[in-house]
Design a protein around this ligand. Structure first.
Ligand code: YSA
Length: 341
């Protein structure tokens, strides 16, 4: 019997050492310690032996069983560790995965650039609501109900049930709309502040109109308003020229003022820009001297104050600066376009 036990122990330990995978080791464990193994058979046959033989052999069989179990468990643990280390081992010669980082949208970049330029000219940056009331978007800007100029700003009106919850916050809540320009912020700012001041208002605006290469249904404007004493269009020309110089840097541009009509300015102009000798003129902003009726609406005395205002199209400026042929590219979500900036 002694001899048999040693043989079992030896062959089990050889098998344990030789096996290199945890799965195979499990199989061998069943062979040496399972229900049909030689060792289990021996343990089972103890009951047929005399008490003396049982006392002699029993502890030895139990001891061998425990010893083999320990060896199997240890080997299994070692194999599992070395296998997982193998899987996780780093190949330092393998080329790394390129991490793609996020990207600031060109329009955000340009908005930031414009803000910095105006801040350097002592303007402040303020923002206003995208959902506006009829009063601030039209009436207070001298565009009364049946005025044909309302057609210049095709409007997205909001359904009453969609805006119920916002009513308490907005003046004249009976008719709300998506602002068609950033000019209503002129009114909101002047209602709460006194001149002299100079502000810009960057923001998104909405128009219910057909899209083409230079028109979108939602786009960005930057409103400007400077109010004080004895101001004239010459002050506006100086500010806008300084702005263009800083914005376009070494790029050669020409700009021109065209007489135009906006009910909230008198006189009114539109500003066009052309890049280089061969470029095409593109209208980039409306502007003018703030109308007396606008000052009336906010409670200023029109005999005491004067000011100029302008509203520029952000995409249009970007299109000129970066020679972008179609405004719709900004909203296409095409990463090949966006990553160029
Ligand atoms: C005029 C006088 C002021 O004292 C102050 C502001 C203004 C501008 C006025 N509120 C306005 O919205 N005029 S505008 O309809 O001519 O638009 C201004 C600029 O926005 C345009 O010059 C153009 O650059 C841009 N724009 C207009 N419609 C657009 C557009 N950009 C993209 N898509 C559209 N659909």
């Amino acid at each position: 019997m002694e001899f048999d036990l040693n043989k079992i122990k030896k062959s089990a330990q050889e098998a344990i050492e030789e096996l290199a995978s945890p799965e195979k080791l499990e199989e061998i464990k069943i062979k040496f310690l399972g229900r049909k193994s030689e060792l289990t058979e021996l343990l089972r046959s103890l009951k047929d032996l005399s008490i003396e033989e049982r006392r002699k052999l029993g502890p030895k069989l139990q001891e061998l069983k425990k010893e083999l179990e320990r060896s199997f468990d240890k080997r299994l643990k070692d194999l599992r560790i070395s296998h997982s280390t193998l899987r996780e081992r780093i190949d330092v010669t393998k080329p790394g995965h390129k991490i793609t980082s996020g990207h600031i949208h060109p329009l955000s970049k340009i908005e930031e650039e414009i803000e910095q330029i105006f801040l350097s000219m002592n303007f402040s940056v303020v923002e206003g609501p995208e959902v506006e009331d009829e009063y601030h978007n039209f009436d207070a800007l001298n565009i009364p109900k049946d005025h044909p100029a309302r057609e210049m700003w095709d409007t997205f009106w909001l359904r009453q049930n969609e805006i119920k919850n916002q009513k308490s916050k907005i003046k004249n809540p009976e008719k709300l709309l998506l602002r068609t320009h950033t000019s209503p912020m002129q009114i909101r700012y002047m209602e709460k502040n006194n001149p002299p001041f100079q502000i810009i208002v960057p923001g998104r605006v909405f128009r219910y109109e057909a899209t083409d290469a230079s028109h979108e249904i939602n786009f960005y404007q930057v409103e400007g308003l400077m109010v004080g004493k004895d101001m004239s269009l010459a002050n506006f020309k100086f500010v806008v020229e300084e702005f263009f110089k800083k914005f376009f840097g070494s790029q050669k541009i020409e700009f021109r003022f065209r007489p135009s009509y906006f009910p909230f300015v008198e006189p009114g102009v539109e500003v066009d820009i052309k890049l280089g000798k061969s470029g095409k003129w593109l209208e980039v902003m409306g502007a003018g001297m703030v109308h007396r009726k606008v000052f009336d609406a906010v409670g200023y005395n029109p005999n005491d104050v004067t000011g100029f205002a302008f509203g520029l199209g952000l995409e249009r400026l970007a299109m000129i600066k970066y020679k972008i042929p179609d405004i719709r590219l900004f909203y296409s979500g095409d990463l090949r376009f966006i990553k160029q900036f």
